[in-house]
Design a protein around this ligand. Structure first.
Ligand code: PNS
Length: 166
């Protein structure tokens, strides 16, 4: 067997609420492709949250913001590790922006490892100027008419303006 044929394709899932996708998420998707062959952006149904955008809207906005053949966008319900197992992913990608993210992310990574030991969580650090960006801040600023055009893809900007009638 040659090195070429023995090499298996590495797939990551990048899960989240993506309500909506920001430039920070886009940055992490691009960074993931440096060490995996394909990324599935996995949009959580997340019954516990009341999202601004519907599941279908969030998926459609990601597809508009990220048009890259190595990236697929899917929604999932239930446990992330089950979804990762179904699609054959060996890596879960999450972003770590600040210390405040750490505890929740660490808990989640350990629980996911407990549930599925073969799946590794990899934390990525975002670009410097995107470190303090979050979907919730984008929603809040857009809700009150602030300018978020530098923080999201134009399709997302348009969708936010439509949502808030600004
Ligand atoms: O963007 P978010 O809201 O921080 O993403 C959180 C998400 C969707 C990754 C997390 O809530 C999740 O994985 N939900 C699926 C249900 C699950 O597997 N829960 C156990 C995680 S330990």
């Amino acid at each position: 067997m040659t090195a070429q044929t023995s090499r298996t394709s590495r797939l990551a899932v990048y899960p989240g609420s993506f309500d909506p996708i920001t430039r920070g998420h886009e940055d992490l998707i691009r960074r993931s492709l440096a060490f995996v062959d394909r990324v599935i952006v996995a949009v959580a149904v997340n019954a516990a949250k009341q999202p601004l955008f519907t599941l279908e809207e969030r998926v459609a906005l990601i597809r508009e913001a990220v048009s890259e053949p190595k990236v697929e966008v899917r929604s999932f319900e239930g446990l992330l590790v089950n979804f990762a197992g179904e699609v054959g992913a060996s890596v879960i990608v999450r972003g770590l922006r600040a210390v405040s993210d750490f505890e929740y992310e660490f808990q989640m990574a350990l629980m996911n490892r407990n549930l599925a030991p073969a799946i590794e969580t990899v934390f990525l650090v975002p670009a410097f100027d995107l470190t303090y960006l979050s979907s919730s801040l984008v929603r809040e600023v857009a809700r009150y008419g602030g300018d978020v055009s530098q923080l999201v893809h134009p399709a997302v900007h348009k969708a936010l303006r439509r949502k808030f009638g600004k």
